[in-house]
Design a protein around this ligand. Structure first.
Ligand code: ZN
Ligand code: MN
Length: 505
C-alpha cells in the first residue's frame, strides 16, 4: 500500500475533479407517498403504514407539497423544470428498504441543467453546474448494535426504524467540478454550505446536517496535471471514489483533502485507483473502502408502474417562481451594508446561524451592534456548551431586544444583563420577570447610593483622607465597598463620580 502524498505535492502533480450529490430531506407534514407523519425523533416504528412498510398491494400516491418544494428548489438553482417527469424503481436489497426497491427518478428528473454561484473566503465566486435534482423517498434507518465501529461489520444485530422510510428527498447532483485545484476542498464545503443556506431560505427542509436531513456523497478523481487549462480539459477523468453520507461541512472539506492525498499516493507509485464507495471516519480523519464498482445498470431501473407522470403546468411553475426568496448571498450583502458589519463580522453571524436572529432583534428595536454582541457572544457560547443551534435556545429576539433596551435606559449594566439572560435561559420567564424576581435592577436611587458612599467613607477614613489629599487612585477601595454594599448592582462609573463629588464638597 502506498502512503498518501502531501496535499501540496498532490495538487502540483494532479488535477482534482469533483462531483457532489446532496440528499435533502424535505420538511413536508407527511411522507413522500403516504399520509404518515414526517417528523424526526418519534418513537421507533410509530410512523408507519402499509405503503411505507412496502406491504404487498399497497399503493403509493405522490405528495403534492413535496413536488412543489422540489420545483421551488430547482428554480432557485436556476434549473429547467421538466414538462414531463416520471418516477422509477431503483432495485436493490437491504433491510432498510422493505420493498427491495426505492422509488426515485431516473430518466426524466423534475429539475435539470442549472447552477449555483458559490463564494469562497477569498471573495472569488465559482459557478457550480447542477446536472439534475430529482425526487425520491428515503430508506429506513439501520442501527447496528455491538461491534466497535457502529458499522454493520462486526455488529451482533441490527435494529431498523421505518419511521424514516418514505421521507421525501430531493437529490441534487452537480456536473463535474473542474479547475478548482488546491481550492477543491474549500469549494466542496462552500457549495454544500450555500445549498444548505438556500434550502433554509426556501423553508423546505430542517437542514440539520447532524440529524442527517442533509447528507452529501462526494466523488473525487484525479488526472495528470497539464500545462494549460485548455490542455487540462482535454485529459480524460481518472477513476473516482465516492465517499458516502458525509454529514458535516468540516468533514466534507476534510474528505476531499484526504481523498486527493490518498489517490495521488496511489497514482504516484503506479497503482490504480479502484472505483468504489468509501466511508469517512471522523476519528482517524481518513476514508475506508465500502462497496466496489457500482453502476446504474446494477440497479435495473425501470418505470414505476404505480405512479402517473408529473406534468407541472407552466402557469404553476411561474407562480412558484414568484414565491422564491431573495437569494441568500444577495440578502447577506444587503444586510451587511444595512448593519454596517465588516466581512468578518457578517461571516461570523452566518456561520453561527445568527443572521435571522440578529435581523429579528434589530426589527424589535435594537442596534445591529447590540444584537450582534449578545447573539455572537454570551448566547453563542451557551448554545455551544449545550450543543444546540442558536435558534434552539429558549430565548427570543424580543427577549434580547428587551435586555438591550434596559441597558440603554440605564436600568441594567452589561454584567446584570448577563444574569438576566441566564435567568431567561433557565426558564425563569421574560427579562422583566427575571429582573424583578432576582432583584437585578441597578441601584440608581441617588439617596441610597449616597448613603452607601458615606458609610464606606466613614468606615475607611484613612483612604478618604488620601483621596482628599490628591491620591485619586486610592478610590478603588471605596468604589469596591459601595459595589459590595449594593450587591454589584450599581453603575461603577457613576459611583466613582459621586464619591469625587462628595469629597470635593
Ligand atoms: Zn406510511
Ligand atoms: Mn439518492
Amino acid at each position: 500500500m502506498s502512503e498518501p502524498l502531501s496535499f501540496d505535492e498532490a495538487i502540483e502533480r494532479f488535477d482534482p475533479v469533483m462531483g457532489i450529490e446532496v440528499h435533502v430531506e424535505l420538511n413536508t407534514k407527511t411522507k413522500m407517498f403516504c399520509s404518515c407523519a414526517n417528523r424526526f425523533g418519534a418513537p421507533a416504528n410509530s410512523q408507519v403504514c402499509p405503503v411505507c412498510l412496502g406491504l404487498p398491494g399497497a399503493m403509493p400516491a405522490v405528495n403534492h407539497k413535496a413536488v412543489e418544494s422540489a420545483i421551488r428548489l430547482g428554480l432557485a438553482l436556476n434549473c429547467a423544470v421538466a414538462e414531463h417527469s416520471t418516477f422509477a424503481r431503483k432495485n436493490y436489497f437491504y433491510p432498510d428498504l422493505s420493498k427491495d426497491y426505492q422509488i426515485s427518478q431516473y430518466e426524466d428528473p423534475i429539475d435539470f441543467d442549472g447552477y449555483l454561484d458559490v463564494e469562497l473566503a477569498d471573495g472569488t465566486v465559482w459557478r457550480v453546474g447542477i446536472e439534475r435534482a430529482h425526487m425520491e423517498e428515503d430508506a429506513a434507518k439501520n442501527t447496528h448494535i455491538g461491534g466497535a465501529t457502529g458499522r454493520i461489520q462486526g455488529a451482533d444485530y441490527t435494529l431498523v426504524d421505518y419511521n424514516r422510510g418514505g421521507t421525501p428527498l430531493v437529490e441534487i447532483v452537480t456536473k463535474p467540478i473542474e479547475g478548482a485545484g488546491s481550492k477543491a476542498p474549500e469549494l466542496a464545503r462552500a457549495y454544500v454550505a450555500a445549498l444548505r443556506e438556500l434550502v433554509i431560505a426556501l423553508g423546505i427542509s430542517d437542514a440539520r446536517m447532524e440529524q442527517g436531513s442533509i447528507r452529501a456523497d462526494v466523488n473525487l478523481s484525479l488526472r495528470p496535471r497539464a500545462a494549460t487549462a485548455a490542455e487540462q480539459a482535454a485529459v480524460p477523468f481518472g477513476k473516482r471514489s465516492e465517499t458516502k453520507n458525509v454529514n458535516s461541512l468540516r468533514s466534507i472539506e476534510k474528505t476531499i483533502r484526504y481523498e486527493i492525498s490518498r489517490q495521488a499516493g496511489l497514482l504516484a507509485t503506479g497503482e490504480l485507483v479502484v472505483q468504489e464507495t468509501r466511508h469517512w471516519h471522523e476519528d482517524s480523519e481518513s476514508t475506508s473502502p465500502g462497496r466496489s464498482k457500482e453502476e446504474a445498470d446494477d440497479y435495473r431501473y425501470f418505470p414505476e408502474p404505480d405512479l402517473l407522470p408529473i406534468e407541472p403546468s407552466r402557469a404553476w411553475v411561474e407562480s412558484l417562481r414568484r414565491t422564491l426568496p431573495e437569494p441568500p448571498a444577495v440578502r447577506r450583502a444587503r444586510l451587511r451594508s444595512e448593519w454596517g458589519f465588516t466581512e468578518l463580522e457578517m461571516g461570523d453571524a452566518v456561520n453561527a446561524g445568527a443572521v435571522d436572529l440578529i435581523a429579528a432583534t434589530v426589527a424589535a428595536g435594537t442596534s445591529p451592534a447590540g444584537a450582534r454582541k449578545w447573539w455572537l457572544g454570551e448566547l453563542a457560547r451557551t448554545a455551544n456548551e449545550r450543543g444546540v443551534d442558536l435558534a434552539a435556545l429558549p430565548v427570543s429576539a424580543e427577549d434580547v431586544a428587551a435586555v438591550e433596551s434596559m441597558i440603554s435606559s440605564g436600568r441594567l449594566t452589561d454584567k446584570l444583563a448577563r444574569q438576566v439572560l441566564e435567568g431567561v435561559l433557565a426558564g425563569e420567564g421574560s427579562p422583566a420577570a427575571v429582573v424583578s424576581a432576582r432583584g437585578l435592577e441597578i441601584v440608581s436611587d441617588h439617596a441610597a447610593l449616597l448613603s452607601a458612599i458615606d458609610a464606606a467613607l466613614a468606615a475607611q477614613p484613612d483612604i478618604a483622607a488620601k483621596i482628599r489629599g490628591g491620591k485619586v487612585q486610592a478610590i478603588g477601595a471605596i468604589v469596591g465597598a459601595v459595589m459590595k454594599a449594593t450587591r454589584g448592582q450599581a453603575d461603577a462609573a457613576r459611583v466613582r463620580e459621586l464619591i469625587l463629588e462628595r469629597l470635593s464638597s
